[in-house]
Write a protein that binds this ligand. Structure first.
Ligand code: ADP
Ligand code: MG
Length: 838
C-alpha cells in the first residue's frame, strides 16, 4: 500500500469522536459493523448480511464515518472503498472489499483505544499525541515483529518469543491448547454443582472480604430467577471493577458452601456491546510463560486475530478448498482461536491441519522429484526366466503379499527412474526372500547389489540365508564369498563384507567388488561407507531401516551411482506416519505371515507369578525348546545396564536354573564374544539366552519358543512387539511373558493392548494414540516442520492431503500457474531452500 509518501504522513491525530453512529435509530458501533461484515463473509458475499443490501446501509453510514476520519491516509482508503458499489462487484472483489474495510475498521478502532488508553482517561477533551505506534501500524505487515502491535513492549515480546511467536503471523498461529466450554448459559435457578456454566447477571454488591486470611472479593449477583454468591480468592482489586448494577458474565464451576451455590474464582467480564472474550463462549486457553497472564493474552489475541487474520493470503486454490470442504484461511484462524461453536472449531482445525500436511507433502514430493529427475537410474532388463527358476527352487510358495510386493518392486526396477521404496513387514513375514529376488534380477541384468544390515551378526545371518535361498547350501564357515552356479548362465557370486574379517581378506574383497566380480555384497553399512567402490551398483537394500537415518540414505544416493534403493523395516510404522515422514519413499507392505505361524501367546505376569513363569520356561526347555530373558532397560548408562545383566545372569544360573545352560549377551561385550554366544544359542548349545534390550533386532532362532521380558512396563508397545518377534519363528506355539511389578496407568494400558493385539501395525497405531508421534520415535523428529494442528493419527485427512498434493504436482509441478502462486510462496516460506528434512 502506498500511504506512506512523505506528505501524507502527517503526525497529528485529533480526537476521533464519532465512533458510535446512529443507523435507523439504533446505535451502531464499529464492532457491530465488523460483525455485519463477518456475517457477509460467512454468507459467501451474497450481499445478504443486512436487509436492503450493504450499499444502502453503507451509504448512510459512511458519510458520518468520513467526517470523523481525520488521518489522510485512512480517509483516502475509506473513500475509495465507500465509492465502490458493493452490489455490482464480483464475488472475489467483494471479498477483497470486505477485507479492506475490516482493515480500516481495525485501524480506526486502534486509534480509538489509543486516545482513550488508561493514562489519558479523564483528560477531556481527549487530544491524542502524535503516535508513532499508529504510524508503525500503518506500515506493519504480517511479518513484522510483534512489537508493531500496540500494547506489546519489547519486554512482552520477549515472553512471546519464548513461546515461539516472533512475528504477527506467528501470533495468528499461536493456537490455544484447548477451549473452556463456557457456552452453556444457565439462569441462576438452573445452576448445578460441578459443571462449567455461564450466567449473565446484575451485580448487586461487590466488596472486599477476608477469605482464609487473604484479601479477596465477594460479589452477590442476580438475574430474574435468583441470586448467587461469587468469590475470587486473593484478589481484592476486583471489587472495584464490578460496580453495582453492572451486567456481568460469569463462567466457571459452581460449588457448594454452607448448602448454597457459589462460584469460586470464576472467569468474568462485563457484558458490554462487545464480543465476549473470557466468558459465555468457547474460551481459549493459551500456553503461558512467566509474566503472561491468561486474561491479558486472551485479550491481546482477540485483538490481533480480529485485526490481522483478514490480511492472511489464503494460499489454497479455491477449487481445492471447495472439493475438500475446507473453510477460508482467515476464517479458520479466527475460529481456531475464538470459535463460535464446536463444529466451526473442528472445521477450522481441519483446514489448518490440512495446510500443515499438504505443505509437508508438497515439500517431500518436490524433494523426491528433484533427486529422481536429476540423474537417470539403471533400468533392470532381465526378469522372468531367472526369477521363475529361483522361485521354483524355493522350499515354499510365496505368500500373496510377498508376491504382490515383488511385482511392485519389479515394476519400479524396470524403469530408468531410480526406485525409492519402503518395504514394511512384520518380523517373520519374509522380506528377505523378496529382497533376494530383486537382487537376483539385478545380477541377471548385469548390476551389482548391496544388502546392508545394522549389525554384523545379522549380516552373517543374511549371508547364510542367501546361500540357502540361492543354492540350498550352508556356506562353509569363515568363507566370505560363495559362487552360486545354477541360476545364471555364469556363476553368481555373493560375498560377506563386515568389519570383523582380517585386513588382507577385506582388501581382496574390496578389489573384487570394484572389479565387478562380486554380484551381491552383504554386510553392515561399512559397505557403502569405507571407500568401497562398486563397479556398477544397481540396487541397494537396507534392512531394518530405523537404524539408518535419512543421512545414510542420501549418502548412498550421493555416491554417484544412483542405484535403486529398497529400505526394509519390521518396525511397524503406521501407514499415515510412514506417508508423512517417508513421503519421498513409495510404500509396500507385506501384511501377511507365511502359513502355519502361530500367534505368540502374550501374558502380563505379575510379581507374584514370577516363580511360575520360571517353571514355565523350564518346562519348555525340558521339552527341547529355548528361551530368551530380556533384562531391564537402564536409561542412564550401558555400563550399569551390562552390570545388571551380569548380576541377573549369575542369579539365574545359580539359583533358578542351575541345571540348564545359560548364555549372556550385553552391549559391552566385544563383537567376537557376542558372536560366539549367538552361535552357541543358535546351535542349541544354550538353553536360555539372557540379554540386555540392546540385542533386539532380527536374530532368527526358530527353536526359541519363550521370551520373558523383565520390567516390561518400561518399554513402548512397538519395542515389546519387536521382542516378541524373536519367538514364534518356527512351527511351535510360542509365548511371551511380560513381567511388570508395579506399572503406571499408561503402562497398564500398554500391557493390556499387547496381550490383546497381535498385529504390529494395529499395535503401532494404538501406540501412536497413546504416546503421540514425538515419543513414538523416542526423539522428536528433527528437520520436520512443526505440526501444531495435524495429528498423525488422523488417517483420512493425511490421505486427503497427500492425494491433493499429488494432484497438484501432476498438474503444475513447479507450482508456477497463476492460481498456485500463493501456494508456492507459502511452500517456500515453510520449506526454505537447503533445509534438511525428510
Ligand atoms: P523378515 O521379514 O522378518 O526378514 P525373513 O525374511 O527372515 O523374515 O523370513 C522368516 C522365515 O520365514 C525365514 O526362515 C524364511 O525362509 C521363511 N519364509 C519366508 N517366506 C516364506 C513363505 N512364503 N512360506 C514359508 N516360509 C517363508
Ligand atoms: Mg529380516
Amino acid at each position: 500500500m502506498s500511504f506512506t509518501t512523505p506528505h501524507t504522513r502527517i503526525e497529528f491525530f485529533p480526537p476521533l469522536a464519532i465512533l458510535v453512529m446512529t443507523y435507523g435509530g439504533r446505535v451502531l458501533s464499529l464492532d457491530s459493523l465488523r460483525k455485519i461484515l463477518k456475517l457477509e463473509h460467512k454468507k459467501g458475499y451474497a450481499d445478504s448480511a443486512v436487509i436492503g443490501g450493504l450499499d444502502r446501509f453503507l451509504h448512510n453510514w459512511s458519510g458520518q464515518v468520513i467526517e470523523s476520519i481525520s488521518t489522510p491516509h485512512l480517509l483516502a482508503r475509506f473513500r475509495r472503498l465507500a465509492n465502490s458499489s458493493y452490489g455490482s462487484l464480483t464475488k472475489e472483489q467483494r471479498k477483497q472489499w470486505v477485507r479492506d474495510v475490516l482493515a480500516v475498521l481495525a485501524e480506526l478502532e486502534l486509534m480509538e483505544q489509543e486516545s482513550v488508553s488508561p493514562s489519558k482517561v479523564g483528560s477531556a477533551p481527549v487530544v491524542s499525541t502524535p503516535s508513532s505506534t499508529a504510524r508503525r501500524q500503518g506500515m506493519a505487515s504480517l511479518d513484522s515483529p510483534i512489537t508493531a502491535i500496540r500494547g506489546i513492549s519489547s519486554n512482552r515480546a520477549a515472553k512471546f518469543d519464548r513461546l515461539g511467536a516472533k512475528t504477527i503471523r506467528d501470533l495468528l498461529y499461536f493456537f490455544p491448547h484447548r477451549h473452556l466450554d463456557y457456552g452453556r448459559r444457565k439462569s441462576i435457578s438452573q445452576l448445578t454443582e460441578g459443571e462449567e456454566q455461564t450466567i449473565i447477571a446484575h451485580v448487586w454488591q461487590a466488596q472486599e472480604i477476608m477469605l482464609g486470611g487473604r484479601r479477596s472479593t465477594e460479589a452477590i449477583v442476580g438475574d430474574e430467577t435468583g441470586n448467587v454468591r461469587v468469590v475470587w480468592f486473593n484478589n481484592p482489586y476486583l471489587a472495584k471493577k464490578l460496580p453495582t448494577n453492572a451486567r456481568v458474565v460469569v463462567s466457571g464451576r459452581v460449588g457448594l458452601f454452607g448448602g448454597r451455590h457459589v462460584f469460586e474464582s470464576p472467569e468474568w467480564e462485563l457484558a458490554e456491546d462487545k464480543e465476549l472474550v473470557h466468558t459465555g463462549r468457547l474460551v481459549p486457553v493459551y500456553p503461558l510463560t512467566r509474566g503472561l497472564r491468561p486474561r491479558q493474552v486472551r485479550q491481546l489475541m482477540k485483538r490481533v486475530v480480529d485485526q490481522w487474520a483478514w490480511q492472511l493470503d489464503d494460499f489454497l486454490p479455491p477449487e481445492l478448498k471447495k472439493r475438500c470442504h475446507l473453510p477460508d484461511l482467515p476464517q479458520a484462524i479466527v475460529q481456531a482461536h475464538y470459535p463460535e461453536n464446536e463444529a466451526s472449531k473442528a472445521k477450522a482445525r481441519d483446514r489448518l491441519a490440512f495446510d500443515e500436511l499438504i505443505l509437508l507433502q508438497l515439500g517431500v514430493l518436490s524433494r523426491k522429484r528433484d533427486w529422481q529427475e536429476s540423474q537417470p537410474g539403471n533400468p533392470f532388463s532381465a526378469g522372468i526366466p531367472v526369477l521363475d527358476t529361483f522361485l521354483k527352487s524355493l522350499p515354499f510358495e510365496l505368500t500373496a503379499a510377498q508376491w504382490r510386493v515383488l511385482q511392485e518392486l519389479l515394476a519400479d526396477l524396470q524403469k530408468s527412474r531410480p526406485m525409492s521404496r519402503l518395504l514394511q513387514g512384520e518380523v517373520g513375514s519374509g522380506k528377505t526372500v523378496v529382497a533376494a529376488a530383486a537382487l537376483l534380477v539385478g545380477a541377471a541384468s548385469g548390476y551389482q547389489g548391496a544388502f546392508m544390515a545394522p549389525t554384523e551378526i545379522l549380516a552373517e545371518q543374511h549371508f547364510a540365508s542367501f546361500c540357502q535361498l540361492l543354492s540350498r547350501v550352508t556356506p562353509p564357515e569363515h568363507e566370505e564369498s560363495y559362487l552360486h552356479t545354477y541360476l545364471l548362465s555364469r556363476p553368481l557370486t555373493v560375498a560377506l563384507l563386515i568389519g570383523d574379517i582380517n585386513q588382507i581378506k577385506k582388501q581382496g574383497l574390496q578389489q573384487r567388488i570394484s572389479a565387478g566380480e562380486i554380484d551381491i555384497v552383504i554386510g553392515t553399512h561399512a559397505i557403502i561407507q569405507k571407500g568401497v567402490e562398486f563397479r556398477r551398483l544397481g540396487l541397494a537394500v537396507v534392512d531394518e531401516q530405523h537404524r539408518f537415518g535419512v543421512t545414510q540414505r542420501s549418502a548412498l544416493r550421493q555416491k554417484g551411482f544412483n542405484p535403486h534403493v529398497l529400505v526394509m523395516t519390521a518396525t511397524p510404522i503406521p501407514r499415515t506416519l510412514a506417508l508423512t515422514l517417508y513421503g519421498d519413499l513409495d510404500l509396500s507392505v507385506i501384511d501377511q505371515l507365511p502359513p502355519g505361524r502361530e500367534v505368540v501367546k502374550t501374558k502380563w505376569v505379575k510379581a507374584a507369578q514370577r516363580e511360575s513363569a520360571y517353571a514355565f520356561i523350564r518346562r519348555q526347555v525340558v521339552s527341547g525348546h529355548q528361551a530368551f530373558i530380556i533384562c531391564p532397560f537402564v536409561e542412564e548408562s550401558e555400563v550399569i545396564e551390562a552390570k545388571a545383566a551380569v548380576a541377573e545372569y549369575e542369579r539365574l544360573s545359580r539359583k533358578v536354573f542351575p541345571d540348564l545352560h545359560l548364555g549372556l549377551l550385553h552391549g559391552r561385550m566385544s563383537a567376537v564374544e557376542k558372536d560366539r554366544v549367538m552361535r552357541r544359542f543358535r546351535a542349541g548349545e544354550l538353553d536360555i539366552l539372557v540379554s540386555t534390550p540392546v540385542i533386539e533386532v532380527g536374530i532368527d532362532v526358530p527353536n526359541a519358543t519363550v521370551m520373558l521380558v523383565e520390567s516390561a512396563d518400561r518399554f513402548g508397545l512397538s519395542q515389546l512387539h519387536q521382542f516378541r518377534g524373536r519367538v514364534g519363528r518356527g512351527q511351535e506355539q510360542s509365548y511371551c511373558l511380560l513381567l511388570a511389578e508395579n506399572p503406571s496407568e499408561v503402562a497398564r494400558q500398554r500391557l493390556h493392548l499387547i496381550e490383546k493385539i497381535g498385529d504390529g501395525f494395529q499395535l503401532a497405531e494404538e501406540d501412536l494414540k497413546l504416546r503421540g508421534p514425538g515419543e513414538f520415535f523416542g526423539t522428536r523428529q528433527s528437520g520436520l516442520p512443526d505440526l501444531r494442528m495435524a495429528k498423525l493419527s488422523d488417517v483420512a485427512l493425511l490421505e486427503l492431503a497427500r492425494a491433493e498434493a499429488i494432484r497438484l504436482f501432476e498438474k503444475d509441478p513447479a507450482l508456477d500457474k497463476l492460481e498456485h502462486r500463493l501456494l508456492a510462496k507459502e511452500l517456500a516460506r515453510v520449506w526454505p531452500e537447503g533445509g534438511e528434512w525428510s
